[in-house]
Design a protein around this ligand. Structure first.
Ligand SMILES: Cc1ncc(COP(=O)(O)O)c(C=O)c1O
Length: 368
């Protein structure tokens, strides 16, 4: 008798690193590498968070707090609005918060509705549980969500509708009015997952108030992370916000000592330093406007974005331009939209990084 491998797990590929900054530096002999391909934050974490983590590191010999109580309490106080610690469940990343939802609600044969082009991890999550992915694609060109299409695709097997808001990679919103129609239109057996990991960067007044749906006890789970606005991508810390019954159910998937003590200390200190968060957001907004101006100057079409990244269209294959930009020390990536091979996804970097990217791009376009 041989080992029995779960075919649903075999169906998902292993996560692999892309080329590292160090490899680019060594291969192209560039002094500095700007990674504008992972949607990380230009400022990185609050110095206060770094200090708190350093201080806590000496206690890594001990198990951390068993529960995430302190962090959940601090999150509730940060958001206010009458949210309590019971509305939160912490995880070792936004990825994991999404995985909690998948493991908690999906069984083989269930259906998950998503809208491509979007974050690839939703496919993984569905496949891993043997669930079927139903794709209600975004409108071509505008990338607008098709709420009627989503509602029409719901069957008695639908368990989750996942909306990435604002969406990765397109940067646009499911608007407040669309969210209202979706929440009210979904039957009771469907959970709406609002992946809002980029919410700090949203500028538009059209962004839905998803917290209100949670407070109203609707079937809504919001996914957040410390990776983006708080600049702590390497720490691996995220959380879900949901009505207490759902949050408690998801929390049952945590292991003992689930979060490490350094992550808890870093998260608490990051929450306490809202000034640093605002600095990061302001920098992203200003640099985004600067990049838009450069695209206008270079006569490139781009899609204004509610996130810390945006899509820009080139006269030729994005893949090739990504390759060429490596020799300038700039890492960007194609948007990954099958019908739009010339579209690049660019993470907003520091002023230095953005300038290096634009200078490199301009040279490449000149030689095209
Ligand atoms: C839409 C979306 N959701 C979730 C995540 C996961 O973030 P993390 O696992 O770093 O918390 C990402 C990361 O890029 C993302 O783009």
């Amino acid at each position: 008798m041989s080992l029995r491998f779960n075919p649903d797990i075999l169906a998902v590929p292993r996560m692999r690193n892309m080329v590292s900054k160090e490899e680019v530096q060594a291969q192209y002999g560039v002094e500095k590498v700007y990674r504008m391909s992972y949607n990380e934050s230009p400022l990185g974490p609050s110095p206060k968070a770094i200090a708190a983590m350093q201080e806590t590191a000496v206690s890594l010999g001990d198990y951390s707090d068993f529960s995430d109580d302190r962090l959940r309490q601090a999150l509730a106080e940060t958001f206010g609005r009458g949210l309590s610690a019971d509305h939160f469940v912490c995880s070792t990343s936004g990825f994991e918060a999404l995985e909690f939802v998948g493991r908690a609600f999906l069984q083989p044969g269930d259906e998950v509705i998503v809208s491509h082009p979007t974050f690839g991890v939703y496919n993984r999550l569905a496949r891993m549980s043997g669930a079927k992915l139903i794709d209600v694609v975004l409108q071509p060109e505008t990338f607008a969500f098709d709420v009627d299409g989503i509602l029409a695709a719901v069957t008695e097997n639908t368990r989750l509708v996942i909306v990435c808001n604002p969406n990765n990679p397109t940067g646009n919103l499911l608007t407040a009015a669309q969210m209202e129609r979706l929440v009210n239109g979904l039957p009771d057996h469907v959970l709406l997952v609002a992946d809002e990991v980029y919410f700090h960067f949203v500028d538009s007044p059209d962004f839905p108030d998803s917290l209100q749906y949670v407070l109203d006890g609707r079937n809504v789970v919001i996914i957040h992370t410390f990776s983006k606005g708080y600049g702590l991508a390497g720490l691996r810390l995220g959380y879900a916000i949901a009505p207490p019954e759902i949050a408690d159910y998801l929390g049952r998937l945590q292991r003992g000592f689930h979060l490490n003590g350094v992550a808890i200390a870093g998260g608490l200190a990051a929450l306490a330093d809202q000034e640093h968060l605002q600095k990061n957001v302001a920098l992203v907004q200003a640099q985004k406007r600067w990049l838009y101006g450069q695209y206008d100057r270079l006569d490139l079409r781009y899609w204004p974005s509610e996130t810390n990244f945006m899509l820009v269209e080139l006269p030729g294959a994005a893949e090739l331009v990504c390759q060429k930009l490596l020799s300038y020390g700039v890492m960007v990536r194609p948007a990954g939209i099958a019908t739009m091979p010339n579209v690049l996804r660019v993470t907003v970097s520091t002023p230095d990084g953005n300038e290096t990217f634009i200078n490199g791009l301009e040279e490449i376009l000149r030689q095209w």
